[in-house]
Design a protein around this ligand. Structure first.
Ligand SMILES: [Zn+2]
Length: 123
């Protein structure tokens, strides 16, 4: 059985859309395959629209320290992080920034991550 959340991830659609279009809370692999192979009109429309944007609906976040991963909806303000780390790890568990790189931390990425962005010092 796969959950509605998993189905939404695999279809690359928002969870709200899956709910709105009556994707059941749980479905079998066979039911999912049927939906995927013979998408209803709303899913065809969603796929057609998705083709025009480059931003994925779901991204896989992985902790650089312990390897924990989760799928999350990316936020518009998220930069292209150098590292992700669970918030409970020490910053010292990550490699030090390269010389000449300025490190910034972003709290609240996904359910438990801190995003680390190393960028060249400007000026
Ligand atoms: Zn971790």
């Amino acid at each position: 059985m796969i959950t509605r959340r998993e189905a939404a991830q695999r279809l690359d659609i928002p969870l709200e859309m899956a709910k709105r279009h009556s994707i059941p809370p749980r479905m079998t692999e066979a039911e999912f395959a049927e939906l995927d192979a013979n998408p209803p009109a709303w899913l065809q429309q969603s796929r057609a629209n998705r083709g025009k944007t480059t931003r994925p609906v779901w991204v896989q976040l992985s902790c650089h320290v312990c390897g924990y991963t989760e799928a999350a909806r990316p936020k518009k303000w998220w930069p292209d992080f150098t590292y992700l780390s669970c918030s409970e790890h020490s910053i010292d568990d990550l490699p030090a920034p390269a010389p000449g790189m300025d490190r910034r931390e972003f709290d609240g990425i996904g359910s438990r991550f801190i995003g680390i962005l190393d960028a060249p010092v400007v000026g």
